[in-house]
Structure formats: structure tokens, C-alpha cells
Design a protein around this ligand. Structure first.
Ligand SMILES: *Cc1c(COP(=O)(O)O)cnc(C)c1O
Length: 383
């Protein structure tokens, strides 16, 4: 039996071994769409690259390993991975989802899958009672994002897994914000863990890719079928870049967490800042859950400048020099965003504000630069 690796080794070696052809230490980029057969059907496990590609296989094994799961599946993007999960459902089925979730996820649910007869309920999940109240005979899936984007609420995965098991529902967790360095949802009883690997996993803002990891064999079979039948697969180059990113996930995340803490504490003490949303504060409403569920508190945070409106918040993000004003998160470089006009613009203002995404809210993805440089940049921008 293969020795089970600890996380900081799994990122580097999980599911990997030198390539059998020439001993290449990194899985080669198999830039090919097809594979020679000796007789019809006589091949070495690879027929066509939508179905399987050796570079993608290496990535899928790595993904499973770092999420402590059995099966990994890679997709062309995080949303393509979510799209595959939704295709497990049938018209008439209902989904209960975290209410303050990634804008693109909300758009996929409401603008694509609602038209196919799937019904979505968006509920705050910090209190599991809200989920139980919403379950009915048509409920099939619970979709959890934690920490939430951009409000940084933390949801108790184990508590929700218990509810899901009681009602025989699938539980899927979008683990993009935390990364498996901070939490491994399958360990808490989730059935599916999803990533926008575009963010922390790849980690260098140079690739768009998505993933799913599951333990159940029949669920894996169905998702593999959808992956091949719908065809939203990543190419070998993107698979390679993601594999390379994963090798330093644990070292990067350690620094993201240190810098996140330094920036959160700086902002919390700044007279020009009204509120900081970061689960590491003892005053954060879900701090206890975060402490129990997560290894550390991550590099994502949001804040509201004092007395700011839409335009004042825009001005602050425009003034930032070292923080780049951009969508996305989880790369080595620090990014700032204005959810109301950027990531969450596709959510109606009324819906947005219900979950706290006010016009003045600014979201930071704290990178791994020198924390003092980041703090000085925020100081000059907030004034
Ligand atoms: C970016 C993101 C997605 C979508 O992933 P893509 O790779 O952009 O398709 C989903 N969920 C969260 C939390 C994200 O940040």
C-alpha cells in the first residue's frame, strides 16, 4: 500500500511519479489530441484527449491527493466544474445554496439552470436551521461556499453534512477561498469539493481551470461521464501550470495567511476604516467555527472605509499602486476589487445588499509581497 503523505508532501508528490518514458520529474505536457492504436481499441489507456490526457491525469491525481479524496476531475474552469455538478440533477430538482456566493456561480444557477427547471433557494447558512426549513421532497443538493465571497462568513461544513446525510442530499463545497491547505471539506462529510483552481491552487494568475474531488465511485463515474460528454476539459498546458502551482501551495498559503493577518489588523486599527471582515478576529461572528474548521484564516478580507459611498470606494481602489485593481484572487500578487461594480455586479443591488455587499465594500486578496509595502500602499490610498 502506498504511504499516505502529509499535506506538505502531498502538494509535491501526491499521485505523482517520474514519467515512465524518460524519467521526467515533472509530468510532460502531452500536447496531443489523439493516440496511436496497434489494433482498433488496442491502446495504452489513452484514446482521445477530451476523455483522457496524461498531463491531465497527473493533475487529477494531485487534486485528489491534496483534498484527501479518492477521485479528482479537472475542468476548463471553475464554472465548468460547477456546470458538471448541476448536470447531476434533473428538472424539478431543488438546490439550497449559500446566499452570498461568487457572482458567477449565482449567474450560472439563476440564468442557466433555472431555465432547465432546477429551483434554487439562497439562504444564509451560518445557522443550519435555515437549511432544514428549506428542505422538501424535491431537494437534491446543498451548495456551500465558505468562507463566503466577499463577506467572509464561515459556514460549519460538518454541521451541514449531518443535515445532508439525514435527508440523503448531496453536499458540495466550493473550497476556492480557503484552499485545501486551510480546510478539506471531504473530511467534514462533504460529497463533492469544487475549486476554481484559477485562484490559490494554480496561484500565479496565469491559468483558468476548475476541479472536483469526490470519494464515491459511482458519483465519480457519473461526473467523468459528464466531463467527457459535455467536454469542458482543460488542455495539457493549463493542467501542467496548475500542477506546478500546487507544488508550492502550502508555502504560499502560509505567507498569504501571515500577510492577511497583518493587513486585517492594520485596517481594523485605521481611523478611516469602519469595518473589516476577516474570520481571524475574535469578534467575527463565526470565529469559533473558523478556528475549529480551518488551519488558519487565509489571505482574503473585505472592508468598508468610513463614511464612503460607491464613488469614494472606487477612488480608493483606483489610488492603490501595489494592489492591482482586478477581478480574481489567490495569486502571489495582491489584488483589490470593488464587488458592487465588479465581481458582484451581476447580482441585483437589492439582493447584493441583503447579504451585506454594500456599495462601499472593498475586497482584498492579500498576496505574498512584503506586508509592510502592502500596508503603506493601503495607507496612501485610504488617506
Ligand atoms: C472564481 C471563482 C469561481 C469560478 O471559477 P472560474 O475558474 O473563474 O470559472 C467559483 N467560485 C469562486 C469562489 C470563485 O472565486
Amino acid at each position: 500500500m502506498e504511504k499516505k503523505l502529509r499535506f506538505n508532501s502531498a502538494t509535491i508528490h501526491g499521485g505523482q511519479s517520474p514519467d515512465p518514458a524518460y524519467g521526467a520529474v515533472m509530468p510532460p505536457i502531452y500536447q496531443t489530441s489523439t493516440y496511436a492504436q496497434t489494433t482498433p481499441g488496442g491502446h495504452k489507456g489513452y484514446e482521445y484527449s477530451r476523455t483522457h490526457n496524461p498531463t491531465r491525469t497527473a493533475l487529477e491525481k494531485s487534486l485528489a491527493s491534496i483534498e484527501n479524496g479518492k477521485h479528482g476531475l479537472a475542468f476548463a474552469s471553475g464554472l465548468a466544474a460547477m456546470d458538471a455538478v448541476m448536470k447531476l440533477l434533473s428538472p424539478g430538482d431543488e438546490v439550497i445554496s449559500t446566499h452570498d456566493l461568487y457572482g458567477g456561480s449565482y449567474r450560472l444557477f439563476t440564468k442557466i439552470f433555472e431555465d432547465f427547471g432546477i429551483k434554487f433557494h439562497f439562504v444564509p447558512m451560518e445557522n443550519t436551521a435555515r437549511i432544514s426549513e428549506t428542505i422538501n421532497d424535491n431537494t437534491r443538493l446543498i451548495w456551500v461556499e465558505t468562507p463566503t465571497n466577499p463577506m467572509m462568513n464561515v459556514i460549519d461544513i460538518a454541521a451541514i453534512a449531518k443535515v445532508a446525510k439525514e435527508h440523503n442530499l448531496l453536499l458540495a463545497v466550493d473550497n476556492t477561498f480557503a484552499s485545501p491547505y486551510l480546510q478539506q471539506p471531504l473530511n467534514f462529510g462533504a460529497d463533492i469539493v469544487m475549486h476554481s483552481a484559477t485562484k490559490y491552487l494554480a496561484g500565479h494568475s496565469d491559468v483558468v481551470l476548475g476541479s472536483l474531488v469526490v470519494n464515491d465511485d459511482s458519483l465519480k463515474e457519473r461526473l467523468s461521464f459528464i466531463q467527457n460528454a459535455s467536454g469542458a476539459v482543460p488542455g495539457p498546458m493549463d493542467s501542467f501550470l496548475t500542477l506546478r502551482g500546487i507544488k508550492t501551495l502550502h508555502v504560499r498559503l502560509q505567507r498569504h495567511c501571515e500577510n492577511g493577518k497583518a493587513v486585517a489588523e492594520y485596517l481594523a486599527n485605521h481611523p478611516g476604516v469602519e469595518k473589516v471582515f476577516w474570520p481571524g478576529f475574535e469578534t467575527h461572528p463565526n470565529h469559533d467555527v473558523a478556528k475549529a474548521q480551518m488551519k488558519d484564516f487565509g489571505g482574503m478580507l473585505s472592508f468598508i472605509p468610513k463614511g464612503a459611498d460607491y464613488n469614494a470606494a472606487m477612488k480608493i481602489v483606483e489610488k492603490l499602486q501595489l494592489f492591482t485593481l482586478a477581478e480574481s484572487l489567490g495569486g502571489v500578487e495582491s489584488l483589490a476589487g470593488h464587488p458592487a461594480s465588479m465581481t458582484h455586479a451581476s447580482i441585483p443591488k437589492e439582493e447584493r445588499e441583503k447579504s451585506g455587499v454594500v456599495d462601499a465594500l472593498i475586497r482584498l486578496s492579500v498576496g505574498i509581497e512584503d506586508a509592510q509595502d502592502l500596508i503603506e500602499d493601503l495607507a496612501q490610498a485610504i488617506g
